[in-house]
Write a protein that binds this ligand. Structure first.
Ligand SMILES: Cc1cc2nc3c(=O)[nH]c(=O)nc-3n(C[C@H](O)[C@H](O)[C@H](O)COP(=O)(O)O)c2cc1C
Length: 203
C-alpha cells in the first residue's frame, strides 16, 4: 500500500472521536451515504454465526423523541447514582438527541451465552461491524458517538422498534454530518507502554 493511503487510513482510524456537538441537525443523512457505510461495515469479520448483523436506521421524529427520552433518563440516572459528573459534551448531545437526523442501531440475531468464550464470539461477531460503520461514517464526514447505554432499557427499545425475541441490541450511533468538527487523535498511552512481548509483563 502506498504511503499516502496508509496515512489516510491511519488518520481516519485515529480520529474517529465521538462527535456530540458541531453536528448539522438540520440536514438529513442521505440514504446513499448510510448504505455505503453499511456496505463497508458488513466487510467486518464474523464468527460461526455468519452475517447475523442487522442495522436499523431511525429517522422518524416521534420515534427519535421516544428513544431520546429514554437515553436522557438513563444518562441522568448514571450521573446521579454513580456520582459521575457529566461532561458538557454529554449534556450537549443529550439536549439535542431528539433532533439528530438519524439513529443507527446495530443488532445481532441471536443471544450471547453466559460463558466468556461465547460472549467473546458473540460480541466479537457484531461489534467490529459497528466500529467499521463508525469509521466509514467518519470517512464521509458523518459524526457519531459510540453509545451503549440504551441496552440497559432494551425491553422498552424493543417495544418501540418492534424488535423480535432472540435479537440482541448492541450500540446506537446517533449520526449527523459534521460542521467543521476538528477531530484529533486522543491522548492515549503509546504502544510500548501497553504491549508485552512473549510473556505477560515483559517489554
Ligand atoms: C462501551 C462504550 C459505551 C459508550 N457509551 C456511551 C454512551 O452511551 N453515551 C455517550 O455519550 N458516549 C458513550 N461512549 C463514548 C465514550 O464516552 C467516549 O469514548 C468518550 O467520550 C471519549 O471520547 P472520544 O471517543 O473522543 O475518545 C461509550 C464508549 C464505549 C467504549
Amino acid at each position: 500500500m502506498d504511503n499516502e493511503i496508509t496515512e489516510r487510513v491511519e488518520h481516519v482510524l485515529s480520529t474517529a472521536r465521538s462527535v456530540r456537538k458541531k453536528l448539522d441537525f438540520t440536514r438529513p443523512v442521505s440514504r446513499e451515504d448510510l448504505e455505503a457505510c453499511i456496505n463497508v461495515a458488513v466487510q467486518a469479520p464474523t464468527g460461526l454465526t455468519g452475517e447475523n448483523w442487522r442495522f436499523l436506521v431511525v429517522t422518524d421524529p416521534e420515534t427519535k423523541k421516544q428513544i431520546a427520552e429514554i437515553y436522557c433518563d438513563v444518562l441522568v440516572q448514571i450521573g446521579e447514582t454513580r456520582g459521575v459528573t457529566l461532561k458538557p459534551t454529554h449534556n450537549a448531545l443529550m439536549a439535542r438527541l431528539h433532533e439528530i437526523p438519524c439513529m443507527v442501531f446495530v443488532f445481532a440475531i441471536g443471544e450471547p451465552t453466559e460463558d466468556v468464550s461465547g460472549q467473546v464470539g458473540f460480541f466479537g461477531s457484531i461489534l467490529p461491524a459497528a466500529w467499521s460503520l463508525m469509521l466509514a461514517m467518519r470517512a464521509r464526514g458523518i459524526g457519531t458517538t459510540w453509545t451503549s447505554l440504551l441496552t440497559s432499557r432494551k425491553d422498552e427499545i424493543a417495544k418501540i422498534l418492534n424488535i423480535p425475541e432472540g435479537v440482541t441490541q448492541t450500540v446506537m450511533l446517533p449520526a449527523a454530518y459534521t460542521l467543521g468538527a476538528r477531530l484529533k487523535p486522543a491522548d492515549r498511552k503509546p504502544a510500548e507502554e501497553v504491549t508485552f512481548w512473549n510473556k505477560w509483563g515483559e517489554s
